[in-house]
Design a protein around this ligand. Structure first.
Ligand SMILES: *[C@@H]1O[C@H](CO)[C@@H](O)[C@H](O)[C@H]1NC(C)=O
Length: 316
């Protein structure tokens, strides 16, 4: 059994890669896209849901889902940055990516996509590719109770439109030890978030963590915009949300802080790079964290974890 497990994980490692020395980029078919306004039957819920299903051919490979208060239109209301959200691999076919994330500007009706993968032709390196898709032709319907849902307009023959998102490789990130602030500001900034961990007690029959039991999140951030900068983040505030936290960096010039709203599952990351002469470069990323929480066996302790998640920054 042990042997089998090793073989399988090695095989998965080989599959989760893409050619990086390509100039044509990568194409993702959008099999389905749907926007749902708040469910007016649910009192107190003002959340809009957007979902996009991606594939390389006809089988859905990734399900991308995000939720935010409808009035935000895809942008965090405090930082005014795009909200990135994880695309979950369905397990059908072979995923070529380490993580895939999307964001939607609902004012402009544009979908943004970013994905990170191992380079099959440059062992030990990772590629980040980004792209956009305008959803200009949408059909929106309103249910009797007034909530909206929108889908891409069908073709004149009634077929699904052929929607594709093309992404292209971002230039290789400058090295953390030698990068200047101008190098960094020219590079698209994003991170892979790993080792998401949060714990709380949920008394049976209740829906809110028991007072004083929520640890808040801890995680690591690996910069994709500055090669070799990694942050270790932990909650420093009291055990009620929204949580505040600090990230320790392995690069002296870099620091980061975060806030996490457990009600909306919105994580905000602020990276600061010391540019000398008391100037600093600040980069803000926002992610919708749908880390799942599992109840321990015979226990009321919930533990939340997540696969690696890509957190992007402002529009590409
Ligand atoms: C942002 O939205 C949240 C949730 O709807 C709300 O509680 C908060 O007051 C808003 N903040 C600002 C600055 O608008």
């Amino acid at each position: 059994m042990r042997y089998l497990a090793i073989v399988l994980s090695a095989a998965a490692g080989v599959q989760a890669a893409r050619q990086c020395s390509t100039t044509t980029g990568y194409t993702h078919r959008v099999l389905d896209a749907r926007y749902d306004g708040p469910d007016v039957d649910k009192p107190g819920s003002d959340l809009a849901t957007i979902s996009v299903s991606l594939s390389s051919s006809t089988t859905p490979l990734y399900e991308c889902v995000a939720q935010w208060p409808e009035s935000w239109k895809g942008f965090h209301n405090v930082t005014e940055k795009l909200i990135w959200s994880d695309c979950i691999w369905t397990g059908a076919g072979t995923g070529a990516d380490k993580s895939m994330a999307f964001a939607v500007d609902w004012n402009k009706k544009v979908v943004y996509l970013a994905h990170v993968f191992a380079c099959s032709d440059r062992q030990g390196t990772e590629g980040l590719a980004t792209g956009t898709l305008p959803l200009s032709d949408l059909d929106c319907d309103y249910t009797e109770d007034g909530s909206a849902y929108c889908t891409p307009k069908a073709t004149s023959s009634g077929a699904r439109p052929d929607l594709r998102i093309s992404t292209i490789l971002e230039p290789a990130a400058p090295d953390a030890n030698t990068a200047s602030c101008s190098d960094i500001s020219e590079q698209y900034q994003s991170w892979t978030l790993e080792k998401w961990h949060r714990q709380f007690v949920l008394t049976p029959g209740t829906f809110e963590p028991k007072a004083g039991t929520d640890t808040g999140p801890s995680f690591t951030l690996k910069s994709l915009g500055v090669h070799g900068a990694t942050f270790t983040c932990a909650t420093t505030s009291a055990s009620v949300g929204p949580f505040q936290g600090e990230c320790k960096s392995d690069v002296a010039k870099a620091a980061a802080t975060f806030t996490f709203d457990p009600k909306l599952n919105i994580l905000t990351v602020k990276q600061k790079w010391d540019c000398g002469n008391s100037a600093a470069l600040e980069t803000v990323g926002v992610g919708y964290m749908q880390g799942t929480c599992d109840r321990g066996f015979n226990s009321d302790v919930f533990t939340c974890s997540s696969e690696p998640v890509l957190i992007g920054t402002e529009a590409l």
